[in-house]
Design a protein around this ligand. Structure first.
Ligand code: AMP
Length: 280
């Protein structure tokens, strides 16, 4: 596995691979790699000839008071995991490589970024859209792989790739979970034993909703109210529970095919998100 720190070297390499008709597949991450990230690598390996995994804790997608400083950065371990999983290029740029001195260009996906996490994390998706655009231009991939775990992010990036005419396939991968159902996340490391137990209420209530819809429940309001009740706990603060159209992310009062349940909660200081499709 080759380690690349400079954007210029990464871009030269990408252009060289392109001229050799080699398909490069990009897996963007913020590191602290877990099996969820590695499932994206497995998918990437199916899609092309070479895989580049980027590790970059992107400062512009963190708001004031969020966890940018304390975000875990176990770089050596990440390198080992990536290498063991067959990553070809480990792209680990410094912030100055991604945001050159004097940088003033941003990318915004307006409507899709507004609600859900966007409403609670102002500027977050602008940071995401901007950094992903930069990674696309630096790495020039044939395809890029993202997790459905960050479902709004996936929709924002699909829109961005279409709107900006990126000749890049955007591939979504289903969420990898612990045996007990908790979605794998780098932020799970912040949870203590009790909080880890309480956090389980989130996937459990999403799974309940899936079953309720299968058994005929069609009212989003009923589902949301029950989940809010089930999540009552002194350590939990709910940011949102929403039933939305899986492409437009518009709220749906009635469940229909293509409905998806998205939720964000805080357990203590730790923000957790999760989502599941609701199949009629
Ligand atoms: P992050 O490092 O958290 O920015 O995540 C990098 C990529 O991994 C994003 O596309 C995430 O959606 C994806 N990802 C994170 N957790 C999971 C998971 N549990 N299952 C599948 N993909 C995930």
């Amino acid at each position: 596995m080759k380690i690349i720190e400079s954007s210029q070297n990464m871009q030269s390499l990408a252009l060289e691979l392109k001229s050799l008709k080699q398909k490069l597949i990009l897996v963007p991450t913020m590191g602290a790699l877990h099996e969820g990230h590695l499932a994206l690598v497995d998918q990437a390996k199916q899609l092309g000839d070479k895989v580049v995994l980027s590790v970059f804790v992107n400062p512009t997608q963190f708001g004031a008071g969020e966890d940018f400083e304390k975000y875990p950065r176990p770089l050596e371990k990440d390198q080992e995991l990536a290498q063991a999983r067959g990553v070809d290029y480990f792209f680990v740029p410094k912030a100055s490589e991604v945001y050159p001195a004097g940088d003033q260009t941003v990318v915004m996906v307006t409507e899709l970024s507004r609600g859900l996490c966007g409403a609670f994390r102002p500027g977050h998706f602008r940071g995401v859209a901007t950094v992903v655009t930069k990674l696309f231009l630096i790495c020039q991939p044939h395809a890029a792989v993202f997790g459905e775990k960050d479902y709004q992010q996936l929709q924002v990036i699909k829109r961005l790739a279409q709107d900006l005419h990126f000749p890049i396939k955007i591939i979504g991968v289903p969420t990898l979970r612990e045996k007990d159902g908790l979605a794998l996340s780098s932020r799970n490391a912040y949870l203590n034993t009790l909080q880890r137990q309480i956090a389980l209420k989130l996937p459990q209530s999403l799974q309940w909703a899936v079953r309720a819809v299968q058994q005929g429940e069609q009212e989003s309001r009923v589902i949301k109210e029950k989940i809010i009740q089930d999540l009552q706990d002194p350590q939990i603060k709910i940011d949102y529970i929403e039933v939305v159209d899986s492409e437009t992310l518009e709220p749906l009062p009635k469940i229909k095919a293509q409905a998806r349940l998205l939720a964000a909660i805080r357990v203590g200081e730790t923000r957790l998100i999760d989502n599941l499709p609701l199949k009629l």
